[in-house]
Write a protein that binds this ligand. Structure first.
Ligand code: ZN
Ligand code: ZN
Length: 329
């Protein structure tokens, strides 16, 4: 593959995928900050990703926006770009680029586990598959999300009078936790930190049912007893959480499968909820694409590279800089 370089740039059409710095023409896979940055000349993305970028960075965060629906090909000087659902968060897309009879698929972040807040991951056959590897170690095997929510609800039932505050990243995770709570039959209002408000409203506007939400601001301690509160991870440590009545600190993240990590952040109730493919998903998806060449970004590149090679696939780590996940993703 000589027309896509290891920085995910197609020079022939002066286009970069998820560039870490401002460029003239960018294709953006999804709205998380390690993929979507402000300051590009032109942005091509799903309508949802564009709206999320505008919500987070302001309406003029790029010179020009072009929305592309899933499955709708767009040809730019002989290179055909098509976006396919990545199953990661609302609007998240894999970018397929066809040129000269070869197809590259750049996943961005993805998961294949069902999630009612994001269109389901679509397997796209290709020649070169550029995969994330955030949880690219055999130890990462995430169980069903519903089990983690059951754990949260069991703790609420077992701790009368206490408040459960769940650290959730503002884009994607908060909405997924809400959706899972509703799917589990929890229909009481959920209290939310102000930092989650905009994106929760956005998801609801897009028809994703999150149930009744109430801002924490202005509530007294009595009202918050026996409640579930969602807050960005940073708020768990600061003054803000002191207003909560005898809180049980929970945290929803794929990283919560690492005990040490939960301990360090003084999390009493770790909830292993990941929006990234785990080891089983990665090693099932890679061969299913039929690609003979695998490029690996973001995370545990060595282990996955080794695994690909053991399967007779050519694999190369991209070592992209600036791809540290946003906290709690
Ligand atoms: Zn992401
Ligand atoms: Zn990412």
């Amino acid at each position: 593959m000589d027309w896509l370089d290891r920085h995910l740039r197609v020079d022939a059409i002066d286009t970069h995928i998820d560039p870490g710095y401002p460029v003239a023409r960018a294709i953006i896979t999804h709205g998380h900050a390690d993929h979507a940055r402000a300051g590009h000349g032109q942005v091509l993305a799903t309508a949802e990703t564009i709206e999320i970028m505008k919500l987070r960075y302001g309406a003029d965060c790029a010179g020009h926006f072009q929305a592309l629906a899933y499955g709708e090909p767009l040809t730019i000087d002989g290179f055909t770009v098509t976006l396919f659902p990545a199953g990661h968060i609302l609007g998240s897309a894999q970018v397929a680029i066809d040129h000269g009879g070869r197809r590259v698929v750049i996943t961005g972040d993805y998961k294949t586990e069902p999630d009612r807040t994001a269109p389901a991951f679509e397997l796209v056959p290709c020649d070169v598959f550029v995969t994330e590897a955030t949880f690219g170690l055999p130890v990462f095997r995430h169980g069903p999300a519903s089990d983690e929510i059951a754990k949260l609800l069991a703790s609420v039932a077992a701790n009368p009078g206490r408040c459960h505050v769940v650290g959730t990243y503002a884009l994607g995770k908060a909405q997924r936790v809400l959706s899972l709570l509703r799917a589990a039959g929890y229909d009481k209002p959920v209290f939310i930190h102000g930092a989650l408000d905009k994106l929760c409203c956005y998801y609801q506007d897009k028809g994703i049912a999150l149930g009744p939400l109430v801002p924490v601001a202005g509530r007294d301690r009595a009202e918050l007893r026996d409640s579930i509160v969602l807050a960005p991870p940073g708020a768990l440590k600061d003054q803000w959480s002191r207003r909560l009545p005898d809180p049980v600190i929970a945290y929803a993240s794929g990283w919560m499968s690492i005990r040490q990590r939960a301990k360090q952040s003084r999390v009493e109730l770790p909830l292993v909820l990941s929006d990234h493919a785990d080891w089983r998903e990665l090693t099932a998806t890679i061969p299913a694409t039929g690609a003979e060449e695998i490029w690996i970004t973001h995370g545990r590149e060595d282990a996955l590279q080794h695994w690909c090679e053991s399967q007779g696939l050519f694999a190369k780590p991209l070592s992209l800089h600036g791809r540290e996940e946003e906290a709690g993703e």
